[in-house]
Design a protein around this ligand. Structure first.
Ligand SMILES: [Zn+2]
Ligand SMILES: [Zn+2]
Length: 405
């Protein structure tokens, strides 16, 4: 567990948060009182001075991010998905293995040079090499394939993987990896039939299994506007393995949604055309295929509906999401204290506008809080001097802290 040292940039107010020699040092973000050596568990503990919730970790550093989430949801609700879309992670749809090939001590200098260049990220030099100078060795071709893919030349990368796979007596591990890499490139290029053949030979790594599952979803969405049948999705999930809970990983449900939104967008013909009833029904069914219901999952749904111009569907997702975000902010102990009373007031005002169905007004109410420089820099006003701001001065590993003596 980590420890944090907080400090004011004007006065000498300071506090620590984290495991101590005895118990846990906590700091009330509401009244800014330090409580050294509180007995764990602190979750649910309350400040004896102001009754705010005490946390074992600093929370005020998240305030600006929380305001940003709420603002972006409100913007989407009002019809502009861009602020929320930019918060969503780029999730790779097909995975690959672009680790450079292993060098061998017996490698000839030209081969060793290719492998070293790939290992050092010298991709431009590697692809600029005249083809005649490239040793005809599968590891040299693999190094070049990686370099081509890294600079975004998928066609040249595929040709190099072809050369790897044409080598006589190719070790099995090298063949498996080449099939994975080429299959992934083919799948990204929409060449699904060829991709299937490669991915069948790509082994049982996480990437290979995910790619096979993802490919099934791509094929199904390309074939029909309707929700793919349950059997296809079950096979895709069985291939891909347990759905990752990590916010920026793809899952079969997240991928399905993204692909169906793209398909519906393409199917609309022009931007202001109404979404067909069939496409709308299929997308509503696809909402149930999400494995998780995190902020990020619901934000994906919201962005999709807004992009499709289905504002009433967008509102159906946005309203509870915005309410949840506002409630989360109002639960923050820092917003219960005097120094951030304006921020708390702005969130309450925004919530009132939300209740009236006015996302634009809500966003307007939130704007001064969202524009605050201190929160943006992960700091909050210091109650001791009333002039400076408190922030994390240092984070330490518990082991490395002076409390360990
Ligand atoms: Zn101060
Ligand atoms: Zn307190």
């Amino acid at each position: 567990m980590a420890r944090w040292r907080l400090g004011c940039d004007v006065c000498d107010a300071t506090a620590t948060i984290g495991p101590a020699a005895r118990g846990h040092d906590v700091w009330c973000e509401s009244c800014q009182t330090a409580f050294p050596g509180v007995e764990l568990p602190v979750a649910g503990a309350r400040c004896s001075r102001c009754d705010a919730t005490l946390w074992a970790v600093p929370r005020f550093v998240e305030l600006w991010g929380e305001l940003q989430h709420l603002d972006a949801v409100l913007s989407a609700w009002a019809g502009d998905a861009q602020p929320l879309a930019t918060l969503l992670p780029e999730r790779p749809r097909f995975l690959s293995d672009l680790d450079p090939p292993e060098p061998h001590s017996s490698d000839a200098p030209a081969l060793a040079a290719c492998i070293t260049a790939a290992a050092h990220g010298a991709y431009r030099a590697l692809v600029a090499m005249p083809a005649a100078d490239v040793p005809d060795d599968p590891r040299a071709h693999a190094a070049r394939a990686i370099a081509f893919e890294r600079i975004g030349d998928a066609t040249a990368a595929m040709a190099e993987w072809d050369a790897v796979l044409a080598a006589p007596d190719l070790p099995e591990a090298a063949a498996t990896r080449a099939h994975l890499a080429r299959g992934s490139l083919l799948a990204r290029a929409g060449r699904y039939v060829a991709a299937v053949t490669d991915l069948e030979l790509a082994g049982t790594s996480f990437a290979a299994r995910w790619n096979r599952g993802a490919l099934l979803v791509h094929e199904a969405v390309a074939a029909s506007e309707a929700l793919p049948d349950a059997g296809v999705l079950a096979r895709a999930r069985a291939e891909a393995g347990e759905a990752s809970a990590y916010w920026s990983d793809h899952t079969i449900g997240r991928l399905l949604w993204s692909l169906m939104v793209e398909r519906a967008l393409a199917g609309k013909g022009h931007a202001f055309a109404a979404l067909s009833d069939d496409a709308r029904a299929a997308l509503r069914a696809a909402e149930s295929e999400f494995e998780h219901s995190t902020f990020w999952d619901r934000a994906m749904m919201l962005v999709g509906w807004v992009r499709l111009g289905a504002q009433e569907e967008a509102a159906r997702i946005a309203v509870p999401l915005a309410r949840h975000a506002a409630a989360g902010l109002l639960d923050e102990p820092a917003l219960h204290g005097e120094p951030l009373v304006d921020v708390a007031r702005a969130v309450v005002e925004a919530r009132t506008a939300m209740d009236m169905g006015e996302p634009g007004e809500a966003r307007h109410a939130l704007a001064p809080a969202f524009a605050r420089e201190d929160l943006r820099r992960f700091r909050m006003p210091c109650a001791s001097c009333g002039k400076g701001t408190i922030g994390i001065e240092e984070s330490l590993d518990a082991e490395g802290s002076d409390e360990a003596e």
